[in-house]
Every structure is written in structure tokens, then in C-alpha cells.
Design a protein around this ligand. Structure first.
Ligand code: SF4
Length: 634
């Protein structure tokens, strides 16, 4: 008897329109558990190196985990993986919502999609039955319209739909995938991979429940966590203010990314704070499957010339900064509109804001002209121009076509020094957290398999003193001593090695980063109880940390096969210089030599070659990855 997983992996070839179901043994599930680990197993085994990400040979994999769908707080997530058209590396993005649990209820642990359909299609999966349906009538439609039509066609309003909008169809390299209109597999352009396969959507419905080993125990743990959520100020703040809560501290400290990272000093920061947000645009909050935290924002604007539809949720912190201060814009209503447009078209808001801010700097510096922008005055602070550019990128019109390729390729095309205005790692635009104040986040930007990402570990301030949540709650991992957020010495490197692996376990298992340590919501022990009670496996954090490390090494080898090496583990140059303007003026540059020394130490701690960053055969043997040894020998 299996618990937590269905034992069914669905394979679909869209070129031949055939499907088959694989039934792996228990040992496979216990080795890979789901998410990125499971996906990487197939990517390494079934994809040839140097596959064009937008060709039929790229695999597009949807994978929840053995515990996704357990009726416990903050475990709703599933992963989508493919080779990324933005970075050319392993691509990955996790999303919450309801789609992952529903896929499992519909009878599958993962979907592996290859090939490409000649005409647009969508998949309809219900209680183990699979249908490939025509979607020509949906192609070109935005996400809200598509979802309505699919639910109507299938005569079921409770069907869960993961889909792409026009940006995915038009192969924008940072197009994303959305479920229920507001839960995103956000980064790495996986929506473009879906578009290249002419796959508009995957609708799922299951009427059976997931078999769990001990539901009673999960309920008990859930009760304790839910009570704590109601009493605890940190999780209350997450519900009341959401991720925009950080705007105030960043803007007051002078590190809110502004004007394409030329300063952290945004004078109009007050108009972007969570308090202003709640007063002006917030309509309510929403959550994900079985999660009582309900941190997701829902906004509405109802003005004569500007309307924002609440069906598309509301901007999170990353969006407020990337489409706000980074573009010199301080009007939350316009940022809410920009968020709605990105969600309708399925475009990652971080990359969208970053490419527009980059273009604004190019325009102000004379590298782009009014002729290039087709008459748009693309200056910092021009909120109408920002909205126009979003549409142009989604439909790849004019300058939008160039920007749809991401800032790295766009800068190469523009030339004339435009490369100095981009801020990316492995081709992916950096998120809205400044590593000069959180060096561990900088290490994670540099080392992330799929380009700069802020969700690769807890952030440094959680470990800043003995009363910080990370120090109080993560002793079970051996994290005992506080470290300054700006330190980049040996202890910081060792700390972030652990955090990287631990957060990777979250990604594999579909655990939301906001739900468990170090946020004073669920504890490590409680999460372990949920994992054991879902799967029936008497697992330990030792086994789970090995799982996390296994997947990091698999991703490293995938990227090595694609030609990535230690030279790609970089940090944007801007962070090697001090802040300009505001309270931090002239302070806090990261020392490049120290950073490179830290990277080298991290390779060694991971069991990788200190020069090349390639996993050693011994490390692969330790992690049960003997089957990859030939890859490192070659
Ligand atoms: S904490 Fe927020 S994002 Fe995470 S699962 Fe709960 S509602 Fe969803």
C-alpha cells in the first residue's frame, strides 16, 4: 500500500498525441519524493544536452510531491521544470494554489510532457482519465477568459486550471504559468516552453481523496499550528500586511531597489508601504489549499480611467518594487494595474519590471530613442509608458519584441554599453533584495541553478542575533550562533550551505516558505510529523537533507552538461560598489575578492571541485547518484 503518492506518472507526447502511465517502485518515490528532484531525474535521463528549450524535445514537467495535498498549513505547492528559455539552464518554478493537490486527487504524481502539438490543445485530466482537447478557440485569449471558457466547457466550476496567456503563446522568455489566475510558476520562462508545445492549459479534477498514512495525526498537528498562527505576531503580520510589509523597512533603511538599481533611496517610498496599500487598493485576502495563513492580496481599483479586476489577486512585494520604485513609479494603483496585466498575459513581474527599468535607463542615457520606442516617452516615473510597454512585451511589438528576450539578450543587441545597465545571474533578472545588506542572499543569487532567486534560503536577518527566529527555531539543524547580515566570512558560507539544502527540501516537497521555520508558524518537528504521517515513512531530517543535496547536485550536473561552470556563479557588478544616496550613501560594498573566496569555500563544503564547481564522483556516490558519474568524468 502506498501513502501520499498515487504510483502513477503520466507521460504525454503532444506530437503523436499519445499518452502512457508509468508505475515506479516505492524506492523511486523515496529517493526523489517529487518536485524538482523527480523532474531532474527525467530531464537528465531523457533529454539530450543542448536541447533547444523551445523545441519539441524539451521536457515540460509538472510535479507535486509525496506530501502535496496533505490537509496541513502551507503544503499546497507543485513544481514545473524544463530547460529554461531565459537562462539555458535547468528551469524551475514552484506555485501554490489548488492545482497540485487536485492533480494528485485526479490520480497522478507528475506529468511529463514532450513533443509539440501542431494546433493549440489543452489537457483534461479527471479521475485517471486523460483527454487532449482542441484549444484553437482559446489561443490568444487572456487567462481570465480562458479559465471561464474551460470551466464552462467542462461544466464544472471546481475544475482547477493551470494555463498560459498571450505572453506564453508568443514565447516571451520570461512568460510564466498560472493556476486559478493568481498562483504562479513565476520565473525562468516556463510559460514559453508550454507555448512552444502549443499547450494552452491543463485542467484537472479529482473526486477521490489522497491516501495518507495517518490523517488523525496530521489533523492534530494542524490544530496546533493553526492556533499558533492566530496568536503569533509574525504570521498575523503576514496575513494583515502580506509581503508588502517589507517595503517600509527597506525604504526607511534606504535599500528599496529604485531607478534600475542606481539607488536604494526612494523618496516616495511611503506611498508604496503595506499601510498605504491596505488603505487604498486592498479589497481582501485569499489563501491556498488548506492554508489558514491567507497571505495573498486581492485588490480592486474602480476609477473612471483606471480599473483593476480583483480576480487577478494583487501585487506582492517583488511586484511593488520591480514595477514601482525600480521604474521610479510610486502610484500603487498603476502598479496594481501592471500586476493585473502581467497576470492576464502570464509574464513574470520581476523580469517584466527589470526589463522596463533597464529600457528606461537606456532611454534616459540616449541608448534608445523615441524612434526605438515608437513615440513612447520611456522615462523613469512615466506610469502610462510602463503600462504600454507591458502590452508591447506580451505581444512582442516594436521594442517589446527585443525586451521579450530578457535584459541579457536585449543589452547585447542594443550594445553601446547597455550591458552595464543590466543586473542578472545566468541570464535571469535579479529579484528585489539587495545583497549588500544580506550577503547570504547574494551567495544564493550567484549559486542558484536557475539564475538569481530570492527564495533559495531564509534571508540573513533571520540569523542576526540570539533572539532572531532562525537562531531560536533552527537549532535542530545545528544553527546555534548568530551572524551579521553583512558578514561574508566562513561561518556565513557554512550557514547558507545548510539553508540552501533545507530550502531545497521545501521546494521538492511543495512546502511554502512562509509556513515553517524560521517564521514561528510550524516547527521543524511538526513538519517532520506531517511528512511521516502523510507518507508512512519513518523518515528523518538526515534523509530529507540528503534528498535536498541530491537534487542540488543533479541540477549542477544538468547545467554542467549545458556548458555552465564556476564562471557563471556571479553577482551583478553593482553590488561591489557602495550605495548611492539616502541613509546608506557611500556604505556597504561587497568585497569582490571576499565574495569569490566565499564561493570557493562553498564549493568545497558541497564536495565540489573548488576551481570548477563540478560535483566530485565521491559526492555523487554518497548521494546515490552513481548513474551520473560519467557526466563528471567527461
Ligand atoms: S502562507 Fe500564503 S502563499 Fe503560503 S500556502 Fe499559505 S496562503 Fe499560500
Amino acid at each position: 500500500m502506498s501513502y501520499g503518492y498515487t504510483g502513477n506518472i503520466l507521460h504525454i507526447d503532444l506530437s503523436s498525441r499519445k499518452h502512457w502511465i508509468e508505475h515506479p517502485f516505492e524506492i523511486f518515490y523515496r529517493t526523489y519524493w517529487g518536485g524538482r528532484a523527480l523532474a531532474l531525474y527525467y530531464m537528465l535521463n531523457q533529454m539530450k544536452p543542448h536541447t533547444d528549450p523551445l523545441s519539441p524535445d524539451n521536457l515540460l514537467i509538472f510535479a507535486p510531491s509525496v506530501i502535496t495535498g496533505a490537509p496541513a498549513p502551507a503544503i499546497p505547492r507543485y513544481t514545473v521544470c524544463a530547460k529554461s528559455p531565459l537562462t539555458g539552464a535547468q528551469g524551475e518554478a514552484e506555485a501554490g494554489g489548488w492545482w497540485g493537490p487536485e492533480l494528485k486527487k485526479a490520480g497522478f504524481d507528475a506529468i511529463i510532457i514532450k513533443g509539440s502539438s501542431k494546433t493549440p490543445v489543452y489537457l483534461w485530466i479527471k479521475d485517471g482519465q486523460i483527454e487532449i482537447k482542441e484549444a484553437t478557440h482559446l489561443w490568444g485569449k487572456d487567462t481570465g477568459t480562458t479559465q471561464k471558457i474551460i470551466k464552462k466547457e467542462l461544466k464544472d466550476d471546481k475544475v482547477r486550471v493551470a494555463q498560459i496567456g498571450p505572453a506564453g503563446e508568443n514565447l516571451v522568455r520570461f512568460a510564466n504559468i498560472v493556476n486559478e489566475l493568481k498562483h504562479f510558476n513565476g520565473r525562468n520562462g516556463l510559460g514559453a516552453v508550454m507555448g512552444s508545445k502549443k499547450l494552452k492549459a491543463i485542467a484537472v479534477k479529482g473526486t477521490k481523496s489522497i491516501d495518507l498514512y495517518n490523517k488523525e495525526k496530521i489533523n492534530q498537528v494542524t490544530k496546533n499550528i493553526t492556533k499558533r498562527i492566530m496568536d503569533n505576531p509574525l504570521s498575523r503580520s503576514l496575513r494583515e500586511l502580506g509581503t508588502p510589509a517589507v517595503v517600509r523597512s527597506f525604504y526607511e533603511a534606504g535599500c528599496l531597489p529604485s531607478y534600475n538599481w542606481t539607488t536604494g533611496n526612494f523618496k516616495e517610498g511611503e506611498s508604496l508601504t503595506a499601510e498605504t496599500y491596505n488603505k487604498t487598493i486592498l479589497k481582501g485576502t485569499k489563501g491556498c489549499f488548506a492554508c489558514p495563513i491567507r497571505c495573498k492580496r486581492v485588490v480592486e481599483v474602480n476609477e473612471k480611467d483606471l480599473k483593476v479586476d480583483p480576480s487577478y489577486g494583487g501585487p506582492e512585494y517583488e511586484t511593488i518594487a520591480s514595477l514601482g520604485s525600480l521604474c521610479g513609479i510610486s502610484d500603487l494603483k498603476y502598479i496594481a494595474k501592471a500586476n493585473e496585466l502581467c497576470n492576464k498575459y502570464t509574464m513574470d513581474t520581476i523580469s517584466t519590471g527589470m526589463v522596463i527599468a533597464f529600457a528606461m535607463q537606456c532611454y534616459e542615457g540616449g541608448l534608445l530613442t523615441k524612434e526605438d520606442t515608437e513615440g513612447i516617452e520611456l522615462t523613469f516615473g512615466n506610469k502610462e509608458a510602463m503600462l504600454k510597454m507591458i502590452g508591447k512585451i506580451a505581444y512582442r511589438e516594436g521594442l517589446g519584441d527585443l525586451l521579450s528576450q530578457g535584459s541579457y539578450l536585449a543589452a547585447q543587441k542594443i550594445g553601446k554599453g547597455a550591458e552595464t545597465f543590466i543586473h542578472q545571474v545566468k541570464g535571469q533578472e535579479i529579484p528585489m533584495h539587495d545583497p549588500r545588506l544580506k550577503t547570504g542572499v547574494g551567495l544564493q543569487y550567484a549559486l542558484s541553478d536557475y539564475g538569481a532567486d530570492h527564495m533559495k534560503a531564509a534571508h540573513d536577518p533571520f540569523f542576526k542575533d540570539k533572539d532572531s527566529e532562525g537562531i531560536k527555531e533552527m537549532k535542530g539543524l545545528g544553527i546555534l550562533e548568530p551572524i551579521s547580515p553583512t558578514d561574508i566570512g566562513e561561518k556565513k558560507v557554512a550557514l547558507f550551505k545548510l539553508l540552501d539544502i533545507y530550502w531545497t527540501v521545501f521546494d521538492i516537497l511543495g512546502v511554502c516558505d512562509f509556513g515553517y521555520v524560521p517564521r514561528s508558524v510550524g516547527t521543524m518537528e511538526e513538519l517532520l510529523k506531517i511528512i511521516r504521517s502523510s507518507s508512512g515513512w519513518e523518515t528523518t531530517w538526515f534523509e530529507l537533507m540528503s534528498l535536498g543535496e541530491r537534487s542540488i547536485n543533479m541540477a549542477r550536473i544538468f547545467n554542467h552538461r549545458e556548458g555552465f561552470s564556476s564562471k557563471d556563479d556571479t553577482l551583478p557588478e553593482v553590488f561591489y560598489y557602495p550605495f548611492k544616496g539616502g541613509p546608506l550613501d557611500g556604505k556597504l560594498a561587497i568585497n569582490k575578492k571576499d565574495f569569490q573566496k566565499a564561493l570557493r569555500l562553498r564549493y568545497q563544503l558541497m564536495g565540489w571541485d573548488p576551481d570548477t564547481g563540478i560535483p566530485t564522483p565521491a559526492k555523487l556516490i554518497e548521494l546515490g547518484l552513481h548513474w551520473l558519474i560519467d557526466e563528471v568524468k567527461s
